[in-house]
Ligand binder design. Structure first.
Ligand SMILES: [Zn+2]
Length: 105
């Protein structure tokens, strides 16, 4: 059982198991996509897992409520994707910017 299925079963929400299957499939593609993007600087398009993460995160939040917070990989990816989509309609070359940087020292 995957991480996603475990959360879905614990929540017991209708549709959560179906969602967890989509999440598990997305996770594999996202990991592969990130690896490829890092090595070849391949550009993202509308069909890439980044775009999909936004939709999945919205579905997960609606279905799972607070339990969706445990899907940290999805949440981080979706938040990043929203930010870069809003900024330029695509990913920039500057790498990841941390929205929640804590200035210290
Ligand atoms: Zn992408």
């Amino acid at each position: 059982m995957s991480h996603y299925q475990a959360i879905a079963y614990r929540t017991g929400a209708p549709g959560a198991v179906e969602l967890s299957r989509r999440l598990a499939s997305w996770h594999d593609r996202m990991v592969a996509h990130e690896r490829l993007a890092r090595s070849s600087r391949q550009r993202c398009d509308d069909a890439c897992p980044h775009a999909e993460s936004i939709e999945l995160w919205q579905d997960a939040s609606a279905l799972l409520g607070e339990a969706a917070e445990r899907l940290t990989f999805l949440k981080t990816t979706a938040t990043d994707a929203v930010v870069s989509a809003a900024a330029s309609g695509g990913h920039d070359d500057g790498g990841r910017r941390h929205a929640y940087a804590h200035p210290q020292g």
